[in-house]
Structure formats: C-alpha cells, structure tokens
Design a protein around this ligand. Structure first.
Ligand code: SF4
Ligand code: SF4
Length: 457
C-alpha cells in the first residue's frame, strides 16, 4: 500500500528557512563519549528547582536520584554515572546564566550504559495502571525533551476539572540542522509507540495523532508500519503535516491537526489536548517498562564548524566542549556555537555548559554559513514593511513589542502580549532591516519577569 505523505495541514504564518539537515540526516545514533565528569543542573525544567539530595564527597551510583522537589510542577534529577560528588557548584546555563549543578567525577574504568533500552516483543500497555505510569514518569524525572522542559507527569496525569481527550505525538522537527528526533523516529519507533500507548492509558485520551512533517516520508512510513505490529491501535493515526517553521511548536501543531486554538497565554490541557515530543514518548517507555530514569538523550552535533557531525546518545551533564571534542573538535573556521538550532537556539560562549534534558543539538556555524543563511547582518532602521507581522505564528505585532522593549516600556510590551511570543525567531529571520526582534522580545520577557518578582506580583 502506498502511504500518502504530502499534506496541506498547517497553521497561519511561519517561514521556510533552509533545512540544512544533510550533514546528519543519515547519521545513525551512536554512543557518545565515556565521560569523566558530569554537571547535572538542578533546574532543567519548567517549575520548582530541585534541592540536592547529595553532598560533596558522597558516592553515587548510575541512575541514582540526586535532586528533587516537593512541588507538583518539578522533576527529579539523576546521575548518569557511577562516581563521587565533586561539588555542588554554579555552572553556565544557556538560559539562566549561572545556575547550581551537582558535579560528579566518574570512577575510573567504571562501566557506563552506552546504548538505549530495547523493548521486548510481548509489550502490552494494559499491564500497567494509570497510577503506575504517572508515578514512574514522575520518579524518572521526564520532562518535555523537545525544548520546553515541562514536567511530563503534570501533562499526562488526569485532571477531573480539565479532562484530556486528544494526545498528539510531535514528530515535527522543523528547526534547521537538527535530526535527533528524526533518527529516533527511524531507529526507536517501537519505543515511541509503546510510550504513546502508555501516555494514552495514563491520561485517558480517547484519540491519538502522530504528527510528522511531510518532508520526512521515511519516518511516516516507519511509524505506520510499526503501528501495524501493535494491537488496539484503532484510535491512532499518523498525520503528515505541511513542512513549515515552526510546525513543531505545540500550539502550531494543534492548529494544523485539530484546527483548535490554545488560548493566548494558555496551555494545551485547557482545551483537552496533551502534546508529547517523540523523544519524550520513548523516555516514558524506558521509565515505565525499563525502570530507567532520564539520564541520557540523543543530541545532534552539527554545522560546518565541527569535525564529525552526527547523532549521539549522550549522558546528561556532559559538557558541550567534551562532546565537541568527541566529535572531532572545532574547525578553524568555526565562529559560533549554538545550543539548539539557528532559529530558536542560544549562542553560548562558555563551552563548559552542560547538556540538559532539553538539549537536542549543538550547532557549530562558520562565517560562510552564517552569511549564507541570513542569520545575521548589519542592522538598519525599520522600514515598516510588515513582514514580521505576516510570519508571526502567534499573530503578534513583533515590531511594536521590540520597539517598546528597546525604550524600556515593558508595560506597553506586555499590553501587546509579549509573553505570548514563542520565541520562534521567524520575525528576525524575515526582517530586511536585520533587526534582532526576537532578541529584544526575549530580553523584554526576562526583564518583565524580574520586575514582577521584585514587586512581589
Ligand atoms: S514575535 Fe515571537 S512568536 Fe512572533 S514571530 Fe517573533 S519570535 Fe515568533
Ligand atoms: S520586518 Fe523588520 S523592517 Fe519590516 S516591519 Fe518588521 S521590524 Fe520593521
């Protein structure tokens, strides 16, 4: 049977940056470095920061819980290696600046897990109760691995006030250069589907969609073919969606598949929808079936500025520098290291920054790549062309918000719904005046949050 992959399902706005995935799209997932030291951030998620459960000098085992919080919206952290706690110390964090981490030195020659969990053929989601699944997901510290970092247990746990009806598995990897989710869809297909069935059971959703962009026909076919090897999959549908950036945004995916709108400033459960990234679904299987906490993830290391681009299964807490060294090191022409991709990632100067649960990629760009891809250029005054308004997938007025931030009028920026910006970067990408609109908005959001905290709001 021929599977139709071209799709017209989409959202309004967005842009079409060059995909640039050729460097790693065919690279199978390989084991990452056998690390000598990891720094596990106490804050890797939306919600309460963990408090350390260990102190300097303590011995820890691989998969041991080393930090937790009593708050409902939080997620514990675990050690990926056997070792000794060297310090609880500040480390560079791409978003938070400097933030506390548990630094662990590996025992010399201690074995470390380099391969992912493999699912048995006789897997049956019905063998696990909803409570059991939610508890495993919470204890394993799973958070949204697509970048948002929202604790997954909070997403899937049933809430009588807001019943969940639809589960969407997000297989849209729209950010240029990044291919980790694509490889997971091809290589860990059964784990994704098992995780999806477990999440469906836990959340009580009656319908499930797996949304994949139509530039990934092999992933669509792999998912359809593997689905047929499972039973009770009548309510599950693989849905190709149109290739466009940021199709992987959960609000955009919901709009494309369900034609529903998540309220401005709201979250998908408010309209009965749960969205989980494909890597998160695979992590649910590892946690519930394999009893393994989230201590490793696949990271795409890419860009013309790195020696050996590829997709690597990496212990969380590995430093960016150690991972880059493992991948052949920085080339002479490398000028920018981005945690993430060029549209939504964050350029970092401190390469000791550790990989967290939400770090899907390291992109190392050269001057040539930057100028070709139009990711930067000399800034000139706004010519009021309106392109930023046309592409904004959240229908905001990016130019007015950024202008208000520039002149420190944060209340004005807020009145233009600054906090509804999903920081997709489309406005900056299309701006002919090269105004760093998204940068202004990100800064404005941070300043506004600080101002509110100071005022106790
Ligand atoms: S304002 Fe925000 S959501 Fe809109 S295009 Fe710019 S970055 Fe994206
Ligand atoms: S795209 Fe740039 S130049 Fe055009 S209106 Fe927006 S900010 Fe101004």
């Amino acid at each position: 049977m021929r599977i139709e992959t071209k799709s017209r399902l989409t959202f309004k706005g967005g842009s079409h940056p060059s995909e640039s995935k050729g460097l790693t799209v065919e690279s199978q997932i390989e084991p990452g470095p056998a690390v000598t030291e990891v720094a596990i951030m106490l804050s890797q998620h939306i919600g309460a920061v963990c408090r350390p459960l260990v102190k300097k000098g303590d011995m820890v085992q691989a998969e041991q819980k080393i930090g937790d919080s009593d708050a409902f919206v939080s997620a514990p952290i675990h050690s990926p290696i056997n070792g000794k706690v060297k310090a609880i110390a500040l480390r560079s964090h791409a978003v938070l600046g400097r933030s506390e981490a548990v630094v662990i030195e590996a025992f010399p020659n201690s074995p470390t897990r380099l391969t992912p969990f493999k699912l048995d053929d006789d897997f049956d989601a019905n063998n696990y109760s909803a409570e059991q699944i939610c508890d495993s997901v919470r204890q394993s510290g799973i958070v949204g691995m697509g970048g948002a970092g929202f604790p997954t247990r909070v997403k899937i746990e049933p809430d009588p006030r807001l019943p969940k009806e639809t589960l969407i598995i997000n297989g849209c990897e729209c950010e240029p250069y990044i291919t980790c989710d694509y490889r997971i869809m091809l290589e860990w297909t059964r784990q994704i589907i098992a995780g999806m069935l477990l999440a469906k059971r836990a959340s009580g959703c009656s319908e499930v969609f797996i949304g994949i962009e139509d530039n990934k026909p092999k992933a669509i076919e792999a998912m359809n073919e593997t689905l047929r090897s499972f039973s009770n999959i009548d309510e599950i549908q693989v849905v190709p969606v149109k290739t466009k950036f940021p199709q992987g945004g959960e609000r955009q995916l919901i709009r494309a598949i369900l034609k529903k709108q998540v309220p401005t400033g709201g979250i998908p459960p408010m309209i009965g929808v749960v969205v989980l990234n494909v890597a998160t679904a695979a992590a649910i299987t590892e946690a519930v079936v394999g009893d393994l906490p989230l201590t490793r993830r696949v990271v795409t290391v890419t860009g013309e500025g790195v020696g050996k681009p590829g997709n690597y299964y990496v212990p969380i807490g590995t430093s960016v520098s150690e991972l880059i060294e493992f991948c052949g090191g920085l080339k002479e022409e490398a000028v920018r290291v981005i945690l993430g991709g060029p549209m939504m990632g964050i350029a970092i100067a401190d390469l000791t920054t550790p990989i967290t649960k939400t770090s899907g990629a390291i992109t190392v760009l050269t001057v040539k790549q930057i100028s070709e891809a139009k990711f930067t250029g000399r800034q000139t005054p706004c010519i009021h062309c309106g392109r930023c308004l046309e592409v904004c997938p959240e229908h905001l007025n990016p130019t007015k918000i950024s202008h208000a931030v520039k002149y420190n009028l944060l209340d004005v920026a807020e009145s233009y719904y600054m906090n509804a910006c999903i920081e997709c970067g489309c406005c900056s990408y299309v701006c002919p005046a090269n105004i760093e609109i998204t940068g202004y908005i990100k800064t404005g959001k941070t300043l506004l949050a600080r101002q509110k905290k100071k005022m106790g709001k």
